[in-house]
Design a protein around this ligand. Sequence first.
Ligand code: SAM
Length: 276
Amino acid sequence: MSQPQLDSVRSMYDERSEQYDENKVHVRQARDYLDWAQVKEGESVLDLACGTGLVALGAKDVVGPSGYVVGVDISEGMLNVARRKAEAAGVEVLFTNHDISDLSGLEILPKGSIGFDVITCAAALILLDDPLQAVRNWSTLLRPGGRVVTDVQTKDANLVMNIFAAIAPGVGETVPWHAHRWQSQAALEQLMVDAGLTVQTVFETGTYATTHYDRAAAPDLFDQAVGKSMFKNFGREPMREKAKALFVDKFTHLAGPTGAIDEECRYWIVVATSPL
Ligand SMILES: C[S@@+](CC[C@H](N)C(=O)[O-])C[C@H]1O[C@@H](n2cnc3c(N)ncnc32)[C@H](O)[C@@H]1O
């Protein structure tokens, strides 16, 4: 990932860090990760793009004192929230700042082991420029037979993000998420195969949240979105009014004759293992 893009992701999440855990979808998804990854007592877990530690701290509860958990993220704001939570819970998890696209040089392997039992990367694959290169890199940190669990949102699961991605070129803006790449569950499965891993399971989750949007509320939806760190660039003058018009047009087009859209937040999940 280019440095400006990394900086933009970092500042987006630094700004959001203190409110991040208010998003109950992320909290629930992180809990589900422990089941999908089948984390067990005594295991070692590397949680990539760990954010505020939702998966990492949940994993530490399961692996217990004999287990080992590391969280890696690019946002110091998110990491600080995670560290604070670990301290309050009195548990030891190493939270470290690094770009997860390339972990070479990072000395994090469990002592006396050649790799982690489990690698998780929740709600972040979409932010990586070259996910194949990243997963290949991650797999060098897995023990033979170790598991990788990751996800992308289903293609219609995030209306606002999708609209901003679609209108970005029209206002000379870029977005750091690559939704266009993740239009099917098969794409996620193929990523693992191309990275030399064996897919154990790939599936679509149930619905984590449903949101109803009306055409009449589209201008307000734009205003609310640009008030958040993720979309604030679109709220800058002089492009703001053009961006808003494009946003409303795109919304209207997607809503069709009913003028309404029901968004269902779901994820495609893949669990894959490294060769024995
Ligand atoms: C939506 S949050 C997910 C956080 C956490 N995994 C969870 O499920 O709650 C995305 C996280 O990815 C991190 N991130 C994005 N790109 C990254 C990169 N290249 N290297 C490290 N962290 C990255 C962000 O800083 C942010 O904390």
